[in-house]
Design a protein around this ligand. Sequence first.
Ligand code: ZN
Length: 432
Amino acid sequence: MRILLSNLFLCDGTPNGFIADAAILIEGKTIVWTGPASEAPVAAAVRDLAGRVVIPGLINTHAHGGMSVQRGCCDNGDLFEWAQTIAPFTSVLSLEDNRFGCELAVMEMVRNGITTACDCTRFGAGIFSDVASAIGMRSLSGALANSPQYRKTGRANWPLAREETEGAMARHAGNGLVRHYLGAHSPYSCTAELLIEVKQAADELGLPFVIHLAESAKETEIVRERHGTTPMRWLHGLGLLDERSILAHCIWLDDEEIELLAETGASVAHNPVSNAKLASGIAPIPAMRQAGIVVGLGTDSTVSNNSLDIFQEMKASILLQRASSLDAHITDAADAFAMATREGARVLGWQDAIGTLVPGKQADLVVLDLDHPLGNTAQRVLSDIVYKAGPQHVREVMVAGSTIYADGRFSNIDAGAIFARIKQHYAHIPSA
Ligand SMILES: [Zn+2]
């Protein structure tokens, strides 16, 4: 099946990749041609997008979908206070709670133009991928192992996480929307033995390795006390960092660590809103990208953010850097859009298929209702995407050539029924 999307303003996600009056030819799941509509190949099916803006599906490189039911349960407190406050909830989180959370999270992400997410949980490594693929979203997901002696309410989740992940991989064999990783929670909640075992298992299975790293100053203190070095140097010394490592946060890195990290080829998931809300700090993103480290944007969970909205992350990624450096040129809209699209794809190791809208890539795209009063130009559209746009502008979301959301409705699920079922399930919980 060949379909031509026509009469659109294309932002294909490559540097300077803007075409007014453009068209996109899709064959099955794949983009086979893009260019000026006047030069478009003939196709049996043509859809007129009425001049709307088309961008690559946004990529969320760090999330915890399963926690979504608890949104707003702790809006104050730093990372460690926050973790203590939410522990009574997360320690009793059942697999059913996790599934409800994932349903809420995936629906919210799709409404917000996110077509791919990297998700983390403690138990139920395959739940996010089950939910995301049923809705039609792409995912890289898994569980983060932790050592019970370092988490007060912790139960061992390793090697269970590996078993759950291998089960999910078998369930989704041949499903191009689904990928998995093996991960560990953080340097402060894992022993060296566990970290090494998880990374070796990931390497054996050919999977990425995900971990939170250098998220707060207190983490550095704890790791220094235990191991006599910083979290990043400790992981580096254990041999955990390479081009298949995805590191969430990386706020507390010194210049030498940035150089060291760049040499390893590991990539970074930057969560500016969550980091600011938890008063964790502002990651040195311009210095990292300058050093050649690949950085994508993430939302973290609805308990620490509380939105799963990459438009907000794009804007915050610029505002925080400028406000803290007093340098209005330190980072700009093109940087933010790159992190939300093609660099996010590289963080997840999925750049062969997603991140830009060019021939050969999967048709993962978002149609935005953006209409500048002076007319759409490359500069105005990029500015609107990064500084103005939000879920209210998302008209349609397509993943692998299939429309999974359009005009407020999901194609594969009844979102209203799912939300009603979740509310019913928690009806016994007092509302005040
Ligand atoms: Zn996280």
